[in-house]
Design a protein around this ligand. Structure first.
Ligand SMILES: Cc1ncc(COP(=O)(O)O)c(C=O)c1O
Length: 407
């Protein structure tokens, strides 16, 4: 048996395992401590009623021979693709057609699976710190090249530093592919129109493909900030966009997301003479390896685009944003430097007193019985920083904030 030896190259972070171990040790030693988790990346509010109703109706359809559905189109049902194109794009002035939308079971799978479209040897830009899936999926596919120093041969880390407001900067050299994530996990920072324009210009000039992860787009409340990379002229020529209903509408367990691959997006192949369309490649990849999202789930997702669905989503996101805002505020009051917490569910802070991220983890747990996520788990540049999230319940979050304020 010859196995994929790249599995040996992926760095184990043990982040969530280590968090669980420290919390359980602490609990064993302090059985009466009321521990509040502000580190989770999962949502806590139930699904919007519009989605629940659509699910029930769709289940009933599945129960009758006349309305039963078996395999659906791999790319998603037209009713959902149309709703997405209309509400998420055309309503914001973005020229995106329904057949450029590929419905899927998650932005995690899509961002990772997109690596299937490329060969080995590309130079890949990845922010540091960032959502770890971009790097790990490239390592598993063998696209990162061999480990080298702190990183890998073909990976160019785009260090996100406080002096640049934690935004990835345009590199000096050429990248074949760059992953951008806005609003960002973990820093909560949102790229402005100017920031995105610089990346689109860079991509046009350097023939770079932008893989834009907008999983937290719905948290943007500042009207001057872009929700989609396609708000930037010519982005259709250089960018793929990933979105998800997970954090937008509580679909983390239900599973539904989508990826936009414009038909105008072409890549120049180093060995070939004619450019290739990523749209037809992604279609081929999905039809070969994926059999679609359940009909009932797509019905639930489509119901989010009704007026009732939109209002319900808005109210849920208000809760998480308010949680994040209060977390941000209490740390600011304590004199810490804080990013995110507005237009984003994530709050990112500079750990005080020269502590490491893990030392601060222990400090928060011990002193306030609060659990967060050490920034070092998101990349080397996250050391000395810490992530908290607004995804907890309003009651628990308020209680945690009160403890921090009093302590
Ligand atoms: C930046 C980012 N992209 C994608 C995902 C995954 O989303 P999904 O639940 O759709 O797989 C997450 C989840 O935490 C994320 O933080």
């Amino acid at each position: 048996m010859i196995i994929n030896s790249n599995f040996g190259n992926v760095k184990e972070t043990y982040l969530f395992v280590e968090i669980a171990r420290r919390v359980s040790d602490y609990r064993a030693a302090n059985p009466t401590a009321d521990i509040i988790r502000l580190g989770i990346g999962d949502v806590t509010q139930p699904l919007p009623q519009a989605a629940i109703r659509a699910l029930h109706e769709a289940v009933d359809e599945m129960a009758r021979a006349e309305t039963f559905r078996g395999y659906g189109p791999e790319q998603g049902y037209d009713f959902l693709r149309e709703a997405i194109a209309e509400h998420d794009y055309r309503a914001r002035g973005c020229d995106i057609e329904a057949d450029e939308i590929f419905v899927s079971d998650g932005a995690k799978s899509d961002t990772a699976n997109f690596a299937d479209l490329f060969g080995k040897g590309n130079i890949i830009g990845i922010s540091n710190p960032v959502y770890p899936v971009y790097l790990d999926s490239n390592v598993l596919a063998g696209h990162s090249g061999q480990p080298a120093g702190d990183g890998y041969e073909n990976i160019r880390y785009l260090d996100c530093l406080p002096e640049n407001d934690f935004k990835p900067q345009i590199p000096d050299g050429r990248l074949d592919i760059v992953y951008l994530c806005s609003p960002n996990n973990p820093s909560g920072v949102v790229l402005t129109r100017d920031d995105l324009k610089k990346w689109v210009d860079y991509a046009l000039e350097n023939k770079t493909l932008i893989l834009f992860d907008a999983a937290y787009e719905r948290y943007i409340r500042d009207n001057t900030l872009p929700h989609s990379i396609y708000e930037i002229p010519d982005a259709r020529k250089v960018a793929v966009e990933f979105r998800s209903f997970s954090k937008t509408a509580g679909f983390t367990g239900l599973r539904c997301a989508y990826t936009v691959v414009p038909k105008t997006l072409e890549v120049t192949v180093s060995t070939g003479n004619k450019p290739l369309k990523l749209h037809s490649m992604w279609l081929r990849r999905q039809t070969t390896k994926f059999n679609g999202v359940p009909y009932i789930v797509q019905r639930a997702a489509a119901a989010l685009y009704t007026r009732e669905g939109q209002e319900q989503i808005g109210r849920i996101i208000d809760i998480y944003l308010e949680n994040a805002r209060t977390i941000r505020k209490v740390f600011e009051e304590k004199g810490l430097r804080v990013w995110g917490g507005e237009n984003s569910p994530y709050v990112w802070l500079k750990v005080p007193g020269g502590m490491t991220s893990w030392e601060f983890f222990d400090h928060l747990l011990d002193r306030y019985h609060i659990v967060g996520t050490p920034g070092s788990g998101f990349g080397t540049m996250g050391e000395g920083y810490f992530r908290l999230t607004g995804f907890g319940s309003p009651e628990k979050t308020a209680e945690a904030v009160e403890r921090l304020r009093m302590g």
